[in-house]
Design a protein around this ligand. Structure first.
Ligand SMILES: [Zn+2]
Length: 451
């Protein structure tokens, strides 16, 4: 198997088979009203905002208006992001190998998904809206025949779009861009974007200029070579037992740490008697760990962020229909928000207890090192971004990944995503017909994409 990334999860590929459940799709798809022009919605897996901005500066995609920063939720992974952006059902886990909290064991992985598609293999309902994604075989070929796979993928997408009923919107998902970046780096992707630019111009000529094209990505990517984080070795040295199930209570220091795609985060699940804070503390000094975030047991209004740069509590407050956040620095400044807090202070945005409105924090952090830091990280351990939320989510520094040994032995990873840093968190969204706000949260994307 040659997967390196959750975007290259076999689950969606099984779904993509030609004959897969067209009946079901027909039932679920909403036929658009003729009140506006037809829309071609195309998602490019893993293409960062900065890469598209740079491509536009070279004259590519100049038939598109300026791109918005589409803020991808942490951890920055395809199924997590697209489920939020399309307001779809949440996936079971962050990747296809996950820890099931009720069954208290690891579930999924590669083998489970080989074979025909069945409803229990659909990670999220956004899949039902896709009119095109690459066929199964491509998934495994992308790393050996990159150029050929990309070209065939684009050709098939074009054929499928032009053959689709012209009165209806079309939603395509090109996943090869993610693999191109992971394995080939930005130079390889930049060549691919030139061919995509050409293809989209042809499509617009054939479909008519009134057809709106909306291009977006699910998450971004750091563009540097990444090396492995020795998370399990470190935890074992710190006295933890790494387990695949927790069927029987046993020992104070048990952790499940599903390792799959080679991405910049780790999702940790604690045994009943294992303390989340202690676990996060044990990781603070490990090289490559940026910070860990967790929810204190029974506390629905705060999230603790701790790492080598210090420890802070993100506290949330609902007041009169509005959401407010407070950033309590206990030691240091783990999210580097000192400057933002000073600016909010100068603008008089804090109330007597040090809370500021969610919208005020967002306005000053959409381009921050950790975009939309407070709401994004608070919600990563509170909001149901996946069904089986981790007890401790670890965000790695750019340049590091955690994942399955078997994959990491096979590839040199020239780029990856998954952490809460800007490069991975900043996807893009642009249209040939509409202007979008400068930044858009993933949870606010659906009306811009589909309605
Ligand atoms: Zn990826």
């Amino acid at each position: 198997m040659s997967e390196v990334c959750p975007s290259h999860d076999p689950t969606p590929l099984v779904v993509a088979r030609d004959d897969a459940s067209d009946e079901r799709r027909t039932v679920l798809r909403v036929v658009k009203s003729p009140a506006r022009a037809r829309r071609l919605l195309l998602c490019l897996d893993g293409v960062p905002f900065d890469v598209v901005t740079e491509a536009k500066s070279r004259g590519l995609f100049d038939n598109f208006n300026a791109p918005a920063r589409l803020l991808s939720p942490f951890p920055t992974l395809t199924n997590v992001a697209l489920a939020q952006m399309l307001s779809a059902t949440v996936p079971n886990g962050y990747e296809s190998l996950y820890f099931d909290r009720e069954a208290k064991e690891l579930r999924g992985g590669v083998r489970k998904y080989i074979g025909r598609r069945t409803p229990d293999k659909i990670p999220s309902s956004y899949m039902d809206e896709l009119d095109y994604q690459e066929p199964l075989a491509f998934e495994f070929l992308i790393y050996v025949a990159t150029e050929a796979v990309w070209k065939t993928d684009m050709r098939r997408f074009r054929e499928r779009f032009l053959a689709a009923p012209p009165a209806r919107d079309f939603f395509g998902f090109l996943k090869a861009t993610d693999g191109l970046l992971h394995i080939g780096g930005p130079r390889r992707l930049s060549v691919a974007l030139e061919s995509l630019d050409k293809l989209l111009r042809e499509i617009q000529r054939e479909a008519g200029a009134e057809t709106e094209i909306v291009l977006f990505s699910d998450h971004g990517m750091n563009l540097e070579e990444n090396r492995r984080l020795h998370l399990q070795t470190h935890l074992r040295r710190s006295g933890y037992e790494i387990v695949n199930h927790m069927h029987r209570p046993r020992g104070r220091a048990r952790v499940a740490a599903p390792a799959f795609g080679l991405c910049g985060y780790a999702a940790l699940y604690c045994g009943d008697e294992t303390d989340r804070g202690e676990l996060a503390g044990a990781l603070a000094d490990l090289e490559g760990v940026d910070f860990s975030v967790y929810r204190e047991e029974g506390d629905d209004e705060s999230a603790v962020v701790t790492g080598a740069r210090g420890r802070a509590v993100i506290r949330r407050l609902q007041r009169g229909g509005a959401t407010l956040y407070r950033y309590e620095q206990q030691t240091g400044d783990p999210l580097n928000l000192d400057g933002v807090a000073r600016a909010l202070e100068e603008e008089g945005k804090f109330d007597a207890e040090g809370f500021a409105a969610d919208a005020d924090w967002l306005a000053l952090t959409s381009k921050h090192e950790y975009p939309d830091a407070l709401a994004n990280l608070y919600e990563s351990v509170h909001a149901p971004r996946v069904r089986h939320t981790a007890d401790v989510l670890v965000s790695l520094r750019d340049g590091f990944y955690y994942g399955a040994n078997v994959f990491s032995r096979m590839v040199r990873l020239l780029a990856t995503h998954g952490n809460a840093l800007r490069a991975s968190s900043t996807a893009f969204l642009m249209s040939t017909h509409r202007d979008f706000p400068t930044h858009v949260r993933s949870t606010e994307a659906r009306p811009l994409l589909r309605d």
